[in-house]
Design a protein around this ligand. Structure first.
Ligand code: HEM
Length: 174
């Protein structure tokens, strides 16, 4: 067992991907509720839900970004994988900035039960960057193959168990 498993996860079970699901889920819920509020569906409840979902997204983002950073630091500087991962990083940090400003300037809308124009636009732009960043993150994993073990013959019991796969730890730089 290595100490780095605490922030990187195990070979075959990285920590960043499940956190990204929670982060993107919270921001997506926020986006949906912002639209619902603006078009007048459950106006007040949707506005409150929008703001709270963005706050939850921001809180989870701190862990998501740190675990992503731990993996990003292991990539060879200037390599094609590094460039894709760095564009992913920049896109996600930009998205986070837009969501953060939306939460700050949208607090009065939360209190009055309405998503105002500026925070709505900030949420929308943040969501566009989140989508682009998600696409780039997908490329890091599914095109470059980062943190993918590809043990197609691994028995299901070993594939799902939280044990390291020593035969692939070297390849992962572990
Ligand atoms: C809002 C914050 C972030 C979100 C929502 C996010 C989302 C994602 C997604 C969707 C993937 C593809 C994996 C999958 O499909 O589950 C991914 C992979 C990755 N991301 Fe992020 N990311 C975020 C922040 C960051 C940051 C700040 C960095 C670097 C400093 C980073 C580095 C990586 C790396 C290296 C991978 C490759 C897979 C891994 O190492 O676990 N991410 N990210």
């Amino acid at each position: 067992m290595k100490l780095s498993y605490l922030w990187k996860g195990l070979p075959g079970h990285p920590i960043h991907p499940p956190l990204t699901d929670a982060t993107i889920g919270a921001y997506t819920a926020g986006m949906v509720m912002a639209v619902a509020s603006v078009i007048g569906v459950a106006h007040t409840a949707a506005a409150e839900g929008w703001w709270l979902a963005l706050v939850v997204g921001l809180l989870v983002t701190s862990l998501t970004a740190l675990t992503g950073l731990a993996d990003w630091l292991t990539i060879e500087w200037g390599s094609p994988l590094w460039w894709t991962a760095t564009w992913h990083l920049l896109s996600m940090l930009t998205a986070t900035g837009f969501f953060l400003v939306a939460v700050l300037v949208g607090h009065s809308g939360y209190k009055h039960g309405a998503v105002e124009s500026l925070p709505f636009i900030l949420t929308l732009v943040g969501f566009v960057f989140l989508t682009v960043g998600g696409w780039l993150g997908g490329a890091v994993v599914f095109v470059h193959g980062m943190r993918v073990l590809n043990l197609t013959g691994e028995p299901p019991g070993r594939a799902v168990s939280p044990v390291p796969h020593p035969e692939k730890e070297m390849a992962e730089g572990g």
